[in-house]
Design a protein around this ligand. Structure first.
Ligand SMILES: [Zn+2]
Length: 97
């Protein structure tokens, strides 16, 4: 499945609800799903990881749709290399932690 097809599927599944809920509340759901992904990472359960990754992607795509962002067009900025330094692999300096 291409990302554009995924975005269309998520729109078909949840578009009405997402628009009714609005961008701010949909974004809050996305942040909750990121928290669930954090728990799945700690659990190291492959099934849970797969589910939480797909949920984070789905909620990200919902936010994109609500804001009129074509996700496949958006990710094309990574197609030729790092969007910042243009290299592949990225040669940007690591930010201090
Ligand atoms: Zn870079």
């Amino acid at each position: 499945m291409h990302l554009r097809d995924f975005q269309q599927q998520i729109e078909a599944l949840y578009g009405v609800r997402d628009r009714r809920r609005g961008t701010d509340a949909t974004f809050r759901w996305l942040t909750e799903e990121v928290g669930e992904l954090a728990r799945a990472l700690r659990s190291r359960d492959p099934q849970a990881l797969r589910e939480e990754i797909s949920d984070v992607l789905a909620w990200t795509v919902s936010v994109a749709t609500l804001m009129g962002v074509d996700t496949e067009a958006a990710i094309s900025r990574y197609a030729e290399g790092c969007p910042k330094c243009g290299r592949n692999p990225c040669m940007c300096p690591e930010p201090p932690r």
